[in-house]
Ligand binder design. Structure first.
Ligand SMILES: Cc1cc2nc3c(=O)[nH]c(=O)nc-3n(C[C@H](O)[C@H](O)[C@H](O)COP(=O)(O)O)c2cc1C
Length: 184
């Protein structure tokens, strides 16, 4: 059966580089794996009272229902002030509750950080990994995906440099291997 991989992009920007990279990853997935892009920009900020009062916003419920049946998750994140954007952290929090009913646990994850900066969103990448440890998501360790200097890797037509795309292929191959070992 085809494995559904949720693609979560931490940037809400229309012309987001992270979104562009995520779209390329979606194209490169091998047979048997399929990308499903998950919207996070519409999620109201997490407020524990709403779960406690059983007054869950429809957007939270739709998000939880969409993520729960997925087989794995790819995260693409910009770095905001050396951490993850609030929209992405909010999505993690919304999916993690109510207590004991997290939609994340056990899903094999991939973290890709994309930035115009030279260190490729290292801070965001590792802050995200810290949350994924607590959320019990086994996460691909190597190769690490810090995609720095992205403005020089995408041309004016939106085409990503061949060497970079080859690196994406390597990451996906490693992820598929990792996924299959976990599920064996
Ligand atoms: C609030 C904010 C904080 C930022 N902080 C960082 C940062 O800490 N490190 C970094 O490399 N870039 C930082 N940037 C620049 C982003 O990397 C850049 O806007 C990038 O293009 C965002 O990703 P996107 O193209 O997918 O939207 C920041 C941008 C914003 C809006």
């Amino acid at each position: 059966m085809t494995k559904k991989i949720g693609f979560i992009v931490g940037s809400l920007r229309t012309a987001s580089y992270n979104k562009k990279v995520a779209e390329k990853f979606a194209e490169l997935l091998p047979a048997g794996f399929e990308a499903e892009f998950i919207e996070i920009g519409n999620l109201p900020l997490y407020n524990e009272d709403l779960d406690a009062e059983n007054n869950v916003p429809v957007e939270w419920q739709a998000f939880r229902d969409q993520v729960a049946p997925l087989d794995g998750i790819f995260f693409f994140t910009p770095e905001y002030n050396r951490s993850v954007p609030a929209a992405l952290k909010n999505a993690l929090d919304v999916g993690s509750r109510p207590y004991g009913a997290s939609v994340w646990g056990g899903k094999p994850a991939l973290v890709v950080s994309v930035s115009p900066g030279g260190i490729g969103g290292f801070g965001a990448n590792h802050h995200l990994r810290q949350s994924l440890v607590f959320l019990d998501m086994p996460t691909l360790q190597q190769p690490e995906a810090y995609i720095g200097g992205i403005v020089n890797l995408v041309d004016e037509n939106g085409v990503i440099a061949e060497g970079t795309v080859n690196f994406f292929r390597t990451i996906i191959t490693k992820y598929v291997d990792f996924y299959n070992k976990l599920k064996a």
